[in-house]
Ligand binder design. Sequence first.
Ligand SMILES: Nc1ncnc2c1ncn2[C@@H]1O[C@H](COP(=O)(O)OP(=O)(O)O)[C@@H](O)[C@H]1O
Ligand SMILES: [Mg+2]
Length: 297
Amino acid sequence: MNDQAHKLRSLVKSMSNNQGDNQNNDDLNKAHLYTITSGKGGVGKSNCTANLALALQEKGKRVIIFDADLGMANLDVILGVTPSYNLKHVVNGLKSLEEIIVSGPNGIALIPGGSGMQELANLSQIQINNLISSFVRIGKEYDIILVDTGAGLGNNVVDFILGSDEVILVSTPEPTSITDAYGVLKTISRYDKRININLLINQVENHREGEIVSKRLITTANDFLELEVSLLGVLPKDDSVVKSVKSRRPFLVEFPKARVSKEIRVIANKVLDQEVENGSPKGIKGFFSNLLGIGRR
Ligand SMILES: Nc1ncnc2c1ncn2[C@@H]1O[C@H](COP(=O)(O)OP(=O)(O)O)[C@@H](O)[C@H]1O
Ligand SMILES: [Mg+2]
């Protein structure tokens, strides 16, 4: 294991040396990577991811979604697409990363992780090398990568979080969901207190409810975990979401005038404002280094 970790570390180091400080480096690091996560399942992560991606795309950004949920991958359902291949085919050398990308409504791009996600923990040096290069290549084509993860902190979720530029933590106002969101914050704080965490409260009865709940969570995280958490936005409980899931068309496309669609556009604006404030992204390579357990722990 140690031997493998050593090999991986030198591999990543050699890759970064090759890229050096040349002009291309700017291009390589262009895509901002957001991990969308939650403590509890079923809070609306995947719907938020899909529709935020579409809203960002409406504003002229090139966006790609990576469905990295091991257990309950359902972005394909939400986007109404049926991928024939997933990351497993890339890992096994049967397809290139480009070949597994599917295109959803308004041309939004999706990388289906599928069963390939399980295999990330056991890749050979060559497979890691190929995968990192593929993602770096893809990263050059997009401005924003949204990674939808599973709920809770199992599997690779912590690694996703630590490697990303920003975390979007989704919770509903329900006490159980908030408690689980706090659990996620607690775990993050053990590894990295400087990570940018953006709270998205979904399914609120009214805006005020979202503000009250978020304020409490933000203060608690600040006082007890010394974590900087900010409120990204609040989304209403809206039947359009339920209907859009049933019709397999994202609510932003199916019900562009619904309240929830207006609010997700507000959130997209905020994401773009923050992107300007936060400056250069860490880059795809950093993300994968974390994901594959290189240079950490
Ligand atoms: N804003 C909302 N208003 C109403 N229902 C919602 C909303 N967000 C999510 N839902 C409901 O929650 C279900 C689960 O959403 P999903 O995005 O798949 O959650 P997760 O990815 O967190 O498991 C949806 O199918 C929908 O019925
Ligand atoms: Mg989901």
